[in-house]
Design a protein around this ligand. Structure first.
Ligand code: ZN
Length: 236
């Protein structure tokens, strides 16, 4: 634990992938003075380099604890991120805005939030931070505000803290109504180094971003709209 982080009576659990959104989320939580317990998943994702990125991001922001949970979702497959299905490249803006793409990982946010909820209950944490985004969201059903509201309702039915009314759990999704450009501007104001984050679904062996998957396209567009030079290292 970094010396700058005192033991805290008001911890929060935060889902951290090392991507642009969750890194900004971490910066926001820390700017609110929250003692963050970061949770990252090694779930069989093809872009598993993000786990090491998450470690560095967690350290840079002085989290109180960082857990990397092993849950191999390749046992089910069903997604281009957890099977041999090819990651779509160079999709049009029209396609990006419609339908649920093959990079959707079945029930991923429900699985991730459930692990976060378990840890939150153990810690006595009243808030779980998740970096979902409903505007530039690639059509994922578990990134919508109604999903987050329903999960929060369920969480308070599912836990001892919720039932006894001692510590209701809130699901915090401060990025949900922001554009990618707004997220980037917010992060820059909070000192996020986006060169140290990774978003690509299909990076090269050395970690360079492909520049063509949905995540790369949304990220690149976000920097352009924010009027900020894109610091991402792309494959040649
Ligand atoms: Zn990519």
């Amino acid at each position: 634990m970094p010396p700058s982080v005192p033991p805290d009576a008001d911890p929060a659990v935060l889902l951290l992938s090392g991507g642009l959104d969750s890194t900004t989320l971490l910066a926001i939580a820390r700017s609110e003075g929250r003692t963050v317990h970061a949770l990252t998943f090694r779930y069989g994702q093809r872009h598993r380099g993000e786990i090491e990125v998450a470690r560095r991001v967690a350290e840079a922001f002085g989290v109180a604890a960082h857990v990397v949970a092993d849950i191999d979702l390749r046992m089910f497959g069903g997604s281009a991120l957890t099977s041999d299905v090819a990651v779509p490249k160079d999709r049009s803006s029209e396609d990006l805005g419609h339908g649920i793409p093959v990079t959707y990982v079945p029930a991923r946010n429900t699985i991730f939030l459930s692990f976060a909820l378990a840890w939150a209950e153990v810690l006595g944490a009243g808030e779980i931070f998740i970096g979902v985004n409903a505007l530039d969201f690639s059509g994922y059903p578990d990134c919508r505000p109604e999903y987050i509201a329903a999960y929060e309702h369920m969480a308070n039915l599912a836990t001892r803290a919720g039932v006894e009314g001692t510590r209701p759990v809130r699901i915090r999704a401060p990025l949900i109504a922001l554009t990618k450009a707004q997220i980037i501007r917010r992060g820059m104001a909070l000192g996020v180094d986006y060169a140290a984050t990774t978003s690509c679904y299909d990076p090269a062996g050395d970690g360079a971003a492909c520049g063509h998957c949905d995540a790369c396209q949304l990220r690149r567009r976000g920097f352009a709209e924010a009027g900020i030079a894109d610091p991402t290292r792309y494959a040649a």
